[in-house]
Design a protein. Sequence first.
Length: 343
Amino acid sequence: MTKPLLETLKGNPGNNVPFWFMRQAGRYLSEYKQVRATTSSFLNFCYSPDKAAKVTLQPIKRFDMDGAILFADILVVPDALGQKTWFEGGVGPRLEPIKSVTELQSLNLANFDDKAGSIYRTVQILKDQLPDDKTLIGFAGAPWTVATYMVEGAGSKDHGAAKDWGYGDPEGFDSLLSLLVDATSHYLISQIDAGADVVQIFDSWSAALPEPAFDRWVIEPTREIVRRLRLKHSETPIIGFPRLAGMMLEKYVCETGVDAVSLDSGVPISWAADTIQTKIPVQGNLDPRMVVAGGPAMLSETSRILDGFSKGAHIFNLGHGFVPETPVDHVAALSAHIKAYRR
Ligand code: CP3
């Protein structure tokens, strides 16, 4: 049986547009909240293969998406490298910050799989349980985005701490990115070994970097990860998501070598159809707040995106993840609308 999402990524789109949604598992689903409530620590929840596999499958059962994204988090990587990482309810991620090469010495790959091994186990369970026509998507954060959390010790608006280190001590900051390239390559290769059909690299904070910094911190590390994955698994498509990269998007696509790219909601459709979709398949770019609104506004915007990308390979998705207040019936209406569409 073919997997429509995987086929589209390989450049063989059919008449239906395959779809999945970022953050399709999560707090907008009551069945997620039920399973989530059985483990207090969010990271321990990610490290519980049976529960993580269960919540990965929940949205597929409800809405029948073409892709299932592994349930985990981008901050598994710093945690498995040995950085103290935790999630505070109502606050978000917290880490003991690393701000210098000296502090970086405490992190390494030696015991990485002691923690990451349970994520690979989740992938194996999903590989067994997922219907044959569904595509299993593994993922990791890109080095720059993960570094912003590692250096800041939390989420931040301007990534000031990471920039301060990177501008003030470029070689030192490169050593953090280089450790993340090693860890992320190993982590994604292991997910593919365990059964992931596709992987996505989330660079959520690639916005508003000056061009030399974008080249050095976003493009270079991503290109190296893509190169290493190809050596081991040349057939597995890699989706890049340089969120809010703006005018750097085309350069990102040409220079990283990703097989497909995810578009945030700010990317103009006609420009992307002409400039990006003529090179590689695209995914995106419905504003997640449209799904909070629902109704005719959501459906007409969905049609505009489907029509705008109908000439090439397109996977329907959001421009960023679902927010917790998203009504479940709006997701059902959105899914039905996409399924009814024929190219
Ligand atoms: O369904 C899926 O998309 C798969 C699972 C997934 C999660 N996080 C689960 C999660 C994925 C792919 C991620 C990626 C992720 N995590 C990113 C990149 C994508 C993006 O959103 O830009 C980032 C930046 C993170 C870091 C992160 N994790 C933050 C900032 C937060 C807190 C924010 C919040 O909404 O509370 C998380 C927690 C998190 N990761 C939750 C989920 C379902 C909510 C926590 C909970 O359920 O208790």
